[in-house]
Design a protein around this ligand. Structure first.
Ligand SMILES: CC(C)(COP(=O)(O)OP(=O)(O)OC[C@H]1O[C@@H](n2cnc3c(N)ncnc32)[C@H](O)[C@@H]1OP(=O)(O)O)[C@@H](O)C(=O)NCCC(=O)NCCS
Length: 180
């Protein structure tokens, strides 16, 4: 079982790069990053998460703290993610009880806007915001089809692929934020 201190910063594949480096050309991208209303994010999730069907807002009513981040290209909301306080239960120790574990939910980019850096920008902005709230660790159930996105941004894959009824095959993906 991994502990907070034992996770590697890189996954060994050699292609992990620092998030800040990935996003240093944000000015070159026609993007506006901001907090968004969950209702506005729903349409992006409906298109972006197919064949999964996202829950209608409020999708995470149990969340103690939640930050909805979005990227606009012009007037169009093109990429979204929710950052939610939720302990990563696979960790045997750590500051979970103090609410310093955050989970990414509903990360999606409109299909026609993919591979342009918008989800990276959303991730970057979300991490900046939750770091201000003392986040120590960020995790998600990263779809197998999106695994390269998370690895590229310094997440580590934990354990085997998970296959559960009604859920897209995925891996636990974890990124340590504290001290980095
Ligand atoms: C995963 C997803 C959010 C990525 O959004 P995006 O805006 O295209 O991401 P970015 O353009 O910022 O991608 C940055 C890098 O991540 C990697 N990446 C992103 N999508 C990838 C894919 N489908 N396959 C392989 N690598 C991918 C690439 O290295 C990419 O850089 P490059 O385009 O220069 O090669 C988007 O593909 C999506 O909405 N997928 C469907 C929903 C989903 O899987 N959400 C995640 C659920 S956990």
């Amino acid at each position: 079982m991994p502990t907070l201190g034992s996770l590697p910063e890189r996954d060994g594949s050699g292609h992990t790069i620092a998030l800040e480096d990935e996003c240093r050309d944000l000015e070159a991208l026609d993007v506006r990053l901001c907090l968004v209303d969950e209702t506005d994010a729903f349409e992006v999730r409906r298109l972006g998460l197919a064949p999964a069907r996202p829950k209608r807002p409020p999708a995470y009513p149990e969340a103690k703290e939640i930050v909805h981040v979005g990227a606009y290209c012009g007037a169009q909301l093109v990429s979204v993610a929710a950052f939610v306080v939720e302990p990563f239960e696979d960790m045997e120790t750590g500051p979970a009880a103090s609410g310093r574990h955050w989970r990414i939910r509903g990360m999606a980019t409109r299909p026609e806007y993919r591979r342009s850096g918008f989800a990276s920008a959303v991730l970057y902005h979300g991490i900046r915001l939750i770091r201000k709230r003392a986040a120590a660790l960020l995790w998600c159930n990263g779809r197998t089809t999106a695994l390269d996105f998370y690895l590229r941004h310094g997440f580590s894959r934990i354990g085997e692929e998970r296959r559960l009824p009604g859920v897209q095959p995925h891996f636990h993906c974890v990124k340590i934020l504290e001290g980095r």
